[in-house]
Design a protein around this ligand. Sequence first.
Ligand code: ZN
Ligand code: ZN
Ligand code: FE
Length: 757
Amino acid sequence: MSCKRLKIRIAGIVQGVGFRPFVYRLAVERTLNGWVLNDSEGVLIEVEGHTAAVESFCAAIVSELPPLASISRMSSEVLPLTGEQGFLIDTSRQSDLRVAQISPDTHVCPDCLRELLDPHDRRYRYPFINCTNCGPRYSIVTAVPYDRPSTTMVDFPMCEPCQQEYENPASRRFHAQPNACADCGPALSLHDQKGTLLPSADPLAEAVKCLRRGDVLAIKGLGGFHLAVDPQSSEAVACLRHRKRRDEKPFALMVPDLETARQFVKIKTAEKRLLEAVERPIVLLEQITDQQLISQLTAPGNRYFGVMLPYTPLHYLLLQEFPALIMTSGNQGDEPIVFSDDEAFMRLAGIADLYLCHNRRIHIRTDDSIVRILAGEPVLMRRSRGYVPRAVTLPQPQLSVLAVGAELKNCICLTSADRATLSHHIGDLKNISVLDSLQQAIDHLQHLLDVRPQLVAHDLHPDYASTAVARKMPDIPKLAVQHHHAHLASCLADNGRDEQVIGVIFDGIGYGSDQHIWGGEFLLGDFSGFERVGHLAELAMPGGDAATREPWRMAFSLLYTTFGETIPELPLFDRVAVADRKLLLQMIAKGINSPLTSSCGRLFDAVAALVGLRQTVSYEGQAALELEMYLDDRPLLPPYHFAIEETADKLIVDPRTMTRELVADLHQGRPTGQISARFHQGLAAAIWETCCAIRVRYGPLPVALSGGVFQNAYLTEKVCQLLVNADFEVLRHRQVPPNDGGLALGQAAIAGRYLQR
Ligand code: ZN
Ligand code: ZN
Ligand code: FE
């Protein structure tokens, strides 16, 4: 029988994920000889034996990959036979692991879960059980190389049995850095409102009692604190809303299993797959009408619930006691989620009645990720725990750059060769405490990836806090990137593409090259540059920023554009004093504090206000979201009409006909759901028509859809249908959010191309 020896090199997420024991097992099963080791590029293997066995070994590496591992490159070369006997895990070359990728935090695996619930296992009901296939990673890593002393587990010297597992290549816990048990590892503790430690033999049981009473429990989790209440009690939910000063934004639910969740939400196959995925995101699921189990206060005005499965052993133990728990970020308002005990006692004071803590430190915070199935594909709305720090592979290697994102849903990006690593969700930089968090994220990511960027990219907006942070960085060139160009590039990079496309970039707000506020843009562009070939007609934003918080102002603006001074009577006006109306119209007419915007988000706001859904909003995108939630397309009515006006160099999407049709519908008393459907369909048709007109002018190109508006499922599905039927290739986001949370990826790709030139 023929024999051969292969040298195999594997790159990707292959360290700290049980890869070497996995390779060891595959080799031993096939009585192959050789060794496996970690080095700076990933994993290196030499293997020798019968040719067929070596080949099946190579195939099994790919087909049986451990759950947390992912291979980005694999290559092999044939070596002369050496006659080596036995297979070894070689730990000698572990000194230089810096470029190796760190795995995201991961939900407890089925093996650990089985042990957790097995009364005969030594880790029975131990809330911190983990192995090489699961457990905390990104949130506990303090430095590289990824080794126990470089994690917050350094606080816990292993006991004898744990140490043996750690050293045994045949064990599932071989080099599992967070390995622990009840004898040596982290433990739960209970604290009262003031943070004083409460002596308790069973903190978990006390926590369950607290929730049953309808009290608010703060729970320290994987990447930060949650605030939990029992969603079956409307009083408890109302109390949490009141204390958190969060009137309307939906709360997420954690459920013990899908069976239980089906009592109050519909779960389609794609959604089931997503709920059960290793990332364990919050998935937006349609509520069952008239469900009685969950309080309506959980997600007021919303047809969806955000639902997730338990992801830590502690969550599993807690959820054994409830059909669902509200698990919302432990913070006040828009502050960052709290992740250290002392901070929690301070900042959650007055909100939490009791704290369920533990003594494993969280080094870097990571919020729960949020995903929605949209036109059959998952779309990330927030990319954080479970996904971070997994890198996006760029279409081309480039010099290292740092991109600091925009203002809302901030997230940064650092590149190294062809890898773009996005940080955890940082938050809205309007909040001063989030700003510190941005600086920490920059430092941490540079340290972790050991990358010194050669350029820092920031948004073109001169007043963004992220722009200020970038400008303050000493001794490094800066590049200002136009917001919607960055969205376009983000969608390209997300799809591994590097070519010219038509970018349909619809969002709330972005600073334009002409210093106007953009947000309904048709761009022709690639990583090197762009041309603005079309946009939504500009509307005045009377009162500037106030128009963002008060959509009724945008409604007036839209009416003024359409009807001039003689705007028709509408129920909306009952709520606005005559003097205020006059003043507002004067502001618009004279252009006083009324910046012009082509923003699609503001158009949605105007329509939501016109139909009487929303006069003010308490969070960004709320009016647009509710307009989508009310949508009812049965019976199917004709879309409202947007005229496409062609000028020499641009296509302008004019909303005036649409507005007249909408006002006529209002006067006829047409239901809000139908008006919403006609508006959505009209907008989709306008996008399609504009893309067709661009194709006539510039030739056939793929269309990239990006910007926060493309979190709207109905609009996105309609646009995709129309474009695909017209033979356009449509690029949508897959790995990063279409909203500003994915913006830094685009900034980074543009900056990389800029450095190359
Ligand atoms: Zn495990
Ligand atoms: Zn132990
Ligand atoms: Fe944006």
